[in-house]
Design a protein around this ligand. Structure first.
Ligand SMILES: [Zn+2]
Length: 321
């Protein structure tokens, strides 16, 4: 039997573990939602236990695995295999997650940032198939990214390359990012920015046609509410989607100038805003790039779907082969 891959995606709400073929087909997966408050050791034990169960369920053993790939949000020092920081989990400052797993396995364990994992997943199995270079951006609560150059992830010195969410696109903005700087892409155009963007529109005198209570708590504005507003013709929601699309278009233009990739793949929850959002991203990008673009560049939507995290994590094993 061909060797298979194991993927582990450690997110802020879900811990997903899956067995996958080298063709990207999931054999079986399990999802837990009780991992967030566990200690570092507790989480590692939970992952090991889930892997054992999945292998047993399928009549397999560790020797059937090519390796175990792990994706985790946050700053990951790839070469040392530890989490520098992650805002999704408590603790985990400089935690050697890879080695705490590796001691229990003979097959290689690989740990990387979740956006890097998804980027490699898109390259192997999704919208980036056939390309040697690509940039992937995931736009959800935050913004993550991965860069692939010559069929390998480009990680930079520490492993944190591709933090486009912290590139500054509006230096005079009053919107503060999680990093403390003002005007980062993440502060202006992702899920965590939406409460501020909505509040600013209302303060500026716009009226939302969404049926919101008078004492509505704007911190509850999320991508889903804005989508509801967009679908019902709410002018506040529509402007937020267009503003966000413009900022993303500027960010893509900056990426184009820095890296000149043949394809940029976009994923993440806010893509559910649909064509109006994507059209604004593309329009802004192409207006800025104009005749500086000598070869066509593709801006495509992720094709992996809801299992992108765990498929990406498993695909990390293939990068090392
Ligand atoms: Zn920032």
């Amino acid at each position: 039997m061909d060797k298979i891959l194991c993927g582990v995606d450690i997110g802020g709400t879900k811990l997903s573990v899956a067995l996958m073929t080298t063709a990207g087909e999931i054999i079986e997966k399990c999802i837990d939602c009780d991992h967030v408050h566990k200690s570092e050791c507790g989480l590692t034990d939970q992952v090991k236990s889930n892997i054992s169960r999945l292998l047993k369920n399928n009549g397999l053993s560790e020797s059937d695995l090519l390796g175990i790939g792990m994706g985790c949000a946050g700053h990951i020092r790839f070469r040392d295999g530890f989490i520098i920081t992650t805002s999704n989990l408590k603790g985990y400052k400089c935690y050697p997650l890879r080695d705490s797993m590796q001691v229990s396995y003979k097959v290689p364990v690989i740990l990387d940032n979740d956006a890097n994992a998804q980027a490699f997943g898109e390259f192997k199995f999704g919208a980036g198939r056939g390309f040697g270079d690509l940039v992937f951006l995931t736009i959800s609560t935050g913004i993550g990214a991965g860069i692939i150059i010559n069929k390998k992830l480009y990680r930079g010195m520490t492993g944190t390359a591709g933090e486009f969410g912290h590139t500054i696109i509006e230096p005079d903005s009053d919107l503060t990012c999680t990093c403390g700087n003002k005007g980062c892409l993440m502060a202006c155009a992702c899920g965590m920015a939406l409460p501020n963007l909505f509040r600013k529109k209302i303060i500026a005198g716009m009226t939302s046609t969404l049926d919101l209570p008078a004492d509505f708590d704007y911190s509850k504005v999320d991508g889903r509410l804005v989508k509801k507003g967009l679908d019902s013709g709410d002018p506040v929601s529509t402007e937020i989607v267009l503003d966000s699309g413009r900022y993303l278009g500027i960010a893509l233009y900056n990426i184009f100038q820095a890296l000149n990739p043949p394809i940029i793949v976009l994923g993440g929850g806010l893509l559910s805003w649909g064509d109006i959002y994507l059209d604004k991203i593309r329009k802004t990008f192409f207006e800025l790039a104009r005749d500086m673009m000598y070869d066509p560049i593709e801006i495509r939507v992720s094709e992996i779907g809801p299992d992108a995290g765990v498929i990406g994590a498993a695909s990390l094993v293939l990068e090392q082969c």
